[in-house]
Design a protein. Sequence first.
Length: 136
Amino acid sequence: MRTETSRLGQVVRFCVAGAAGVIAYYAALYGLTEYLGVWYVISAVIGFVLNTGLNFTLQKFWTFQNKETQMVGRQLTLYAAMTVSFLIGNTLLLYLMVEYLHLWYIGAQVILTIVISVLSFIISGRIFKNEATAVN
């Protein structure tokens, strides 16, 4: 029961922390595209970078409650590799969905956000796995 409650707590914290990053992402995507005339693909990249920086900190220290600092360099490298992979996939799929499926860029991004969020939770849980808690 404790493991289920703990996992549910992680999911809730992941969603709350993720929401902060998503808000930053969509604000950049919409604001840069609609108000500054930036091409939506460039806006998406800028938003993705903002989202990543905010999420690394929140996910490591709050969601997965990993307070260890000796592994932060390795974790940052793995997290960056994950997010760069997501950035490439997100940007490519966003472009294809808008240009070839003729979806509205915001609608396409919502679909991609859901898929990326699930994958991110699974991978982040492994990156930030606290060795002290894993033994107990």
